[in-house]
Design a protein around this ligand. Structure first.
Ligand SMILES: N[C@@H](CCC(=O)N[C@@H](CS)C(=O)NCC(=O)O)C(=O)O
Length: 201
């Protein structure tokens, strides 16, 4: 089995953390769809990372589908609970955290365009999603130890990867002003699975 992705993508990091938490052996091939020599669009029609290639050649994307597949692959360290309501709660955190990353990635890409082509309105629209997303996260987390229930789950992984990506690309977005998100992040960063996968590029 082989994971394909970059060292900067929060979606790839999510899958790398899941693999490490579940102690699943997997190869890793670094490939960024933004480089001209990238092979990603030949295996994922959407041209996005992460992509997981199974030993029989089957291809799995995106990060949500891959994470669910991996969690079911091994019974240890369950990251997505089975009861419907709890499962959907974790998946909603995932949608929220991924949505904040989507908005942040769109700003990053927009800022790569020449100044004349950049839309301040578009950037502001995406920034609003990030701010509302962080507000929602902080409100939902409250004084709880973890995003859902009493255990570490995929929800915490997704939030940790999102906060890490914001720090990496947008250090000016001071999410540490939300003390409960800062507390959760600091706790996550003590896990070797997070420390090992911090974005670099
Ligand atoms: N919903 C997807 C999002 C993946 C995604 O947007 N990946 C970015 C890298 S952070 C990408 O490959 N972008 C290339 C493109 O949009 O062409 C997932 O969860 O895997």
């Amino acid at each position: 089995m082989k994971l394909i992705g970059s060292l900067t993508s929060p979606f790839v990091r999510k899958v790398r953390v899941v693999l490490l938490e579940k102690k699943i052996e997997c190869g890793f091939e670094v490939d960024s769809p933004w480089t001209p020599e990238s092979n990603v669009s030949n295996i994922n029609p959407l041209g996005k990372i992460p992509v997981l290639v199974l030993d029989d050649g089957a291809v799995i994307f995106d990060s949500r589908v891959i994470s669910e597949y991996l969690d079911h692959m091994a019974p240890n360290n369950k990251l997505i609970p089975s009861p419907n309501r709890e499962r959907i709660e974790v998946k909603r955190w995932e949608a929220l955290a991924d949505g904040v990353c989507d908005a942040a990635a769109l700003i990053f890409l927009e800022k790569k365009r020449t100044k004349a082509k950049q839309s301040a309105e578009w950037i502001a629209r995406q920034k609003d999603k990030i701010v509302r997303g962080l507000d929602y996260m902080t409100q939902q987390l409250g004084e709880n130890s973890w995003c859902t229930g009493t255990h570490f789950s995929l929800a915490d992984i997704c939030v940790g990867c999102t906060l890490g990506y914001l720090t990496f690309r947008f250090p000016e977005i001071d999410w540490r002003e939300y003390p409960n998100l800062a507390r959760l992040n600091d706790k996550l960063m003590q896990r070797p699975t997070f420390a090992e996968t911090a974005p670099k590029g």
